[in-house]
Design a protein. Structure first.
Length: 245
């Protein structure tokens, strides 16, 4: 009799494990499908996929981020903010919710509020979102013209991940706005070494040299950016480079 009970318990545990794995796979598939629908601009369908996941796992970070991203792409930031605030009522220290709230405020160009939300996310010590949260806070500081603070955040991002191209690009831009063109050049060169098709990298590299009065060098980079269909670079080629030849 005891042997039969052990067999029944073992069978039950195996069944539970199988159902757990099956459910996890189903959730992963829904998230992948949702992200694919975003790529295809099928936003209503993407929203359905993420909401299906949230019915089973209300704090699934990928579904939360996916839903907020989808709502922003649908220009429905008000609903995105309501969704986040409703969740925060019961989960006040959730880093993912604060991070996504920051994204909504950034989308609204309410950068001061965005920074506040990103800071709350960082206080929650979620290592998964730390790099991206620092990057977004840095961009928000940049948009408030607090370039020194933005550079500090981009420095931290690079110390965490020295292959984060967005951190190099944005740090370069902050240096450029501070008129520290040599440091800007170094970062923009790093950008084009990581992505040889980055037209913004070439353009801003050209602008940095141009500000230093090194027009010939600047024009080489404007030319590369123009060939990658960067309109401002093409304008610089016409207005500045033809006259310097």
């Amino acid at each position: 009799m005891r042997y039969k009970i052990h067999i029944i318990l073992l069978s039950f545990l195996i069944l539970q494990g199988f159902l757990y794995v099956q459910n996890a796979q189903s959730i992963d598939n829904l998230i992948k499908e949702g992200n694919k629908k975003i790529e295809n601009q099928e936003y209503s369908v993407a929203l359905e996929k993420f909401e299906q996941v949230l019915e089973d796992e209300e704090l699934n970070q990928y579904a939360i981020s996916g839903k907020v991203k989808t709502l922003i792409l649908m220009d429905n930031d008000r609903q995105a903010l309501k969704f986040i605030n409703d969740k925060l009522d019961n989960h006040q220290n959730n880093a993912v919710l604060h991070y996504n709230k920051g994204l909504v405020y950034k989308y609204r160009k309410r950068y001061k509020k965005a920074i506040s939300s990103f800071e709350k996310a960082l206080k929650s010590n979620n290592e998964v979102y730390k790099e991206e949260t620092l990057l977004m806070r840095g961009v928000s500081y940049q948009n408030r013209q607090n370039y020194d603070a933005s550079i500090e955040d981009f420095n931290t991002v690079i110390s965490l991940n020295d292959s984060n191209i967005n951190a190099y690009y944005n740090r370069g831009y902050s240096y450029y706005k501070l008129h520290d063109y040599r440091k800007a050049i170094k970062d923009f060169k790093q950008v084009i070494s990581m992505d040889a098709e980055n037209s913004n990298g070439y353009y801003n590299l050209g602008m940095s040299y141009f500000r230093l009065g090194e027009t010939r060098t600047a024009c080489r980079y404007f030319d590369k950016a123009c060939k990658l269909n960067h309109r401002e670079a093409c304008k610089m080629m016409l207005t500045e480079c033809t006259r310097s030849q």
